[in-house]
Design a protein around this ligand. Structure first.
Ligand code: NOJ
Length: 519
């Protein structure tokens, strides 16, 4: 039997295996990771352009995203493959400096504005809903040089950028995400200092960034509310990177709950809680930690009462990027938690361990634990009530050119199964799921060595040819059937009409089954 059958059998006792009508299937990408055209048609420079061009050694194989998957020129093909998959929505991001070359609205780059406008129109023409991410990590260099996310003025600057985007596209775009993975921006960019802007300042910068980024999100939301909502309907939120955290042993249960509030709650409590502001347990943890380090005050800047009200309620749903789960335990005397960014483990004096039975794709920092996505959503519901959750990313990495990516199909099966359990058994309002990613792209520090695409991109080919992988056929089949029943697992599908023909179908079916049965 398939390994995943056990829990599906549980579901099928009481519910069918169909996704509810309101649930939408999609896929996601980000501008810097796919577009290329880094200085095309008046685009300005952003912090990842600068990182890549000044510190090529930071990226595996010195790769650049100057061309990437060349979606700046090949976007029509991207729409075509989105259509081929049967996507109901496509989440893409806008490169701030393609629209506003130096970051400020005094000069709107017409070519950049037209690029996204054409993409939106083409998606709509195919019946695919466009979902825009305003900020997927490409800060204009001019704004960075004035302090970036550590400068409180960024709140207004981001608001001005958001206003331009609404003016250009809100007549056609009804779902918006302001910031992708605020915790990664603050922790990888300003704490660990491994992502642009490469600032390694562990004491203040990440926490100032935390506050400013939430205020900037809220500013963008309030601008829509005050200036556009009387004419247009739209739902606005942000996409958070939510790692599920388990206790390593029963004694670590309290620590795990603190860690969840600290890592996940920091980016959700301010919007969804009754009182707003930081999670109270995080305020306590930060005060204690700061005092231990010799400061009088908490290094996490407090929200004023006015700011709490400004931020509260500014998320119409929650965007969840889910990839991984970790366990946490207390550090033993003398053991150094190091910088375990994304969880706040050092503040909590905790050590992260991989979950039992976890397995890995290419990325060794992302233990795979499908149950984590369901647990995460159940926790969110328990904390914040019946909020709508949109899974804005979930995906699996492989290393080589490989069309027979049965492990990726298996990964999606297992995660979708948990999503179904979440909807049908836990009654969580999950409104959609975006596979990361539509196509192979520039995976930040890993360059092109880590591939997440449903479609393979040939980066050696100047034309950046796109070819569907087995997982693309699997996902297309699930979307078509809107169910996790047997249809997409049987031989007929593998040998069937879709254009996956690289190996003979009997082998494919066998491999596919083998990987789905991996025990
Ligand atoms: C989340 C990020 O949003 C995306 O840019 C990245 O490629 C994936 N994680 C995979 O690491």
């Amino acid at each position: 039997m398939f390994r995943h059958r056990s829990s599906l059998v549980q579901v099928s006792w009481c519910v069918d295996l169909k996704f509810p009508p309101k649930f939408k299937f999609g896929a996601a990408t980000a501008s810097y990771q796919i577009e290329g055209g880094w200085n095309a048609d008046g685009k300005g420079e952003h912090i990842w352009d600068r990182l890549i061009h000044t510190h090529p050694e930071k990226i595996q194989e010195n790769a650049t995203a100057d061309v990437a998957a060349d979606s700046y020129h090949k976007w029509r093909e991207d729409v075509k493959i989105a259509k081929e998959l049967g996507l109901q929505f496509y989440r893409f991001s806008i490169s701030w400096t393609r629209i506003l070359p130096d970051g400020f609205p005094k000069n709107i780059n017409k070519a950049g504005a037209k690029y996204y406008s054409d993409l939106i129109n083409a998606l709509l023409a195919e019946g695919i809903e466009p979902i825009i991410t305003m900020y997927h990590w490409e800060l204009p260099v001019k704004i960075q040089d004035m302090g970036g996310w550590a400068n409180p003025l960024i709140v207004d600057w981001f608001g001005d950028y958001a206003r331009v985007l609404y003016s250009l596209y809100v007549d056609r775009v009804k779902t918006w995400l302001t910031v992708n993975e605020a915790n990664v921006v603050c922790d990888c960019g300003y704490n660990a200092g491994i992502y642009a802007p490469l600032i390694k300042e562990t004491e203040f910068a990440p926490y100032i960034c935390n506050k400013n980024i939430l205020l900037a999100h809220a500013k963008a939301y309030r601008i829509f509310e005050h200036e556009f909502r009387h004419r247009y309907y739209a739902r606005i939120s942000l996409a958070n990177n939510l790692m599920w955290i388990e206790p390593y042993s029963p004694e670590d249960s309290e620590l795990a709950e603190l860690a969840r509030n600290h890592a996940v709650g920091r980016y959700a409590y301010p919007f969804f809680s009754k009182n707003g502001g930081w999670p109270p347990s995080t305020e306590k943890v930060m005060l204690k930690y700061s005092r231990k380090q010799g400061y009088n005050e908490s290094r996490l800047p407090a929200f004023t009462e006015e700011e709490k009200i400004f931020v509260k309620g500014t998320a119409d749903f929650l965007g969840v990027n889910y990839y991984t789960t970790n366990m946490i335990r207390s550090a033993k005397p003398g053991e150094d938690p190091g910088i375990w960014f994304l969880t706040g483990a050092p503040e909590l004096n905790g050590i992260l361990e991989q979950p039992p039975n976890a397995y890995y794709g290419h990325s060794k920092i992302l233990p795979i634990y499908p149950e984590g996505i369901r647990k995460q959503m159940a926790w969110l519901k328990e904390q914040y009530g019946d909020i709508d959750i949109l899974i804005t990313e979930n995906g699996y990495s492989t290393s080589n050119y490989q069309l027979e990516d049965y492990d990726r199909a298996d990964f999606y099966y297992k995660h979708l199964e948990q999503v179904l359990l979440s909807i049908k058994v836990d009654n969580v309002s999950v409104i959609g799921f975006a596979a990361w990613s539509l196509l192979d792209n520039f995976e930040w520090l890993a360059g092109y060595t880590s591939k997440f695409g449903l479609y393979e991109v040939d980066f050696e080919d100047p034309d950046r040819k796109r070819t569907p992988r087995a997982s693309a056929h699997f996902y297309a089949c699930v979307i078509k059937n809107r169910s996790l029943n047997d249809t997409c697992l049987n031989k007929k599908f593998i040998a069937g009409s879709l254009h996956y023909k690289r190996t003979n179908s009997a082998d494919s079916a066998q491999n596919y089954r083998k990987s789905l049965m991996r025990l």
